[in-house]
Design a protein around this ligand. Structure first.
Ligand SMILES: [Zn+2]
Length: 84
């Protein structure tokens, strides 16, 4: 990974356009009363692996997605932008 930032500063704000979700969590959540947000219900771990990056459902002990970088060195921006 490159240490040199490649993203514009505004990209460090919440920029997610499509959330990654565990389908089992989403199914369970649909039946929960009172309703709860998926963000509050989900318990996920995200981290780098020998292949790339993995999203893991802690609640179901299951892989959600494992992105294989296929050996490519991807630029990543770890600057922290504090929001209040
Ligand atoms: Zn789950």
């Amino acid at each position: 990974m490159s240490d040199k930032p490649t993203l514009p500063l505004e990209a460090l704000s919440l920029s997610i356009t499509q959330y990654v979700v565990c389908s089992k969590c989403a199914d369970e959540l649909a039946a929960l009363l009172p309703p709860q947000s998926l963000q509050d219900y989900a318990a996920i771990d995200v981290g780098f692996t020998d292949y790339g990056i993995q999203v893991w459902c802690r609640r179901h002990k299951a892989n959600i997605v494992h992105i294989d970088f296929q050996g490519a060195k991807m630029p990543a921006d770890f600057r922290r932008l504090e929001t209040s």
